[in-house]
Design a protein around this ligand. Structure first.
Ligand code: PDD
Length: 279
């Protein structure tokens, strides 16, 4: 069954969507995006995603064409039209269509596109855990804006795959920031540690949910920078993200983390997350 897109305010079949070669997203990666999870036909943490979208758009001076209620109404309608029960919604807004020029085009209207993907929860990977590698974080200094400029993330993820790993954990001069497409947490002596939500990482919606779950279950958590040495010496390492939820990392650069199996705090957080999404 072909999917239905939300494109420029209309619900269209895929063969009706026409992207211009002069779209600034295409030339410059000049746009912002969000990936939402859908569980049981409902958008998960929609308000948090929309708040981040507003923040990203303001950060790159892109005026959003809709208010939160309109985003919500249309994205819910998209989910309904696609009969999506479990999957993701991708929403992208670019600065518009105009002849190539670095300067903001004075007249261009933002181009809004969204679609659903019928993607299942990665249950077997969440059970077994990921192998990861480490790489220098070569991105710009506004990783808190969720922009279309993902080339460094793409290269990192591909480098991981080329080395037989599932993801790359990034570091700046030895300080762990996040992974190519998720946030990183470590556990040491029962404490959860994750990089502070500043300009060097994406302020993950799942990260915030997991910190909330940790607080509710009295797992002590600290938001502070930590070094690669702490990553390797951790009892547990986990990644958080919209599509991967709470993902254990069992080895980094070929070295086992802790026992080399998903640890008890990761398992506890996975159970809490599971309860939350099925409630
Ligand atoms: N990635 N850090 C980066 C660089 C990310 O791209 C993502 C999400 C996260 C986790 O954020 P959240 O919990 O809000 O999904 C952290 C999405 C899923 C993607 O680009 O596909």
């Amino acid at each position: 069954m072909s999917r239905i897109y939300w494109y420029q305010g209309r619900f269209l079949a895929d063969n009706e969507v026409r992207i211009s070669p002069e779209d600034r997203g295409y030339y410059f990666g000049d746009g912002v995006y969000e990936v939402f999870r859908v569980y049981g036909g409902r958008l998960f943490e929609a308000e948090a995603h929309l708040a981040r979208l507003r923040r990203s758009a303001a950060g790159v001076r892109l005026p959003l064409p809709h208010a939160d209620e309109e985003w919500l109404r249309n994205l819910n309608e998209l989910v309904r039209l696609n009969s999506l029960q479990e999957g993701t919604v991708y929403l992208q807004i670019t600065r518009g269509t105009a002849p190539r020029n670095h300067l903001f085009p004075p007249q261009a209207e933002p181009v809004v596109m969204a679609y659903c993907t019928d993607v299942k929860r990665p249950l077997s990977a969440m059970e077994a855990g990921y192998a990861a590698i480490t790489l220098p974080d070569t991105r710009w200094l506004h990783c808190d804006y969720k922009t279309l400029n993902l080339l460094a993330n793409v290269l990192a993820k591909q480098a991981a795959a080329d080395r037989g790993a599932a993801d790359a954990i990034l570091h700046r001069d030895g300080t762990v920031t996040e992974s190519s497409a998720s946030n990183v947490m470590i556990v040491k002596d029962g404490r959860l540690v994750t990089h502070p939500a500043n300009h060097l990482i994406l302020h993950g919606v799942t990260r915030a949910v997991v910190l909330r779950l940790a607080a509710q279950t009295e797992i002590p958590a600290e938001e502070r920078p930590f070094a690669l040495e702490e990553l390797f010496a951790a009892d547990e390492v986990l990644l958080t993200g919209t599509t991967i939820e709470v993902m254990p990392v069992i080895s980094v650069d070929g070295k086992p983390i802790g026992s080399g199996r998903p640890g008890p705090i990761t398992r506890r957080l996975q159970r809490e997350f599971e309860d939350l999404i099925s409630s």
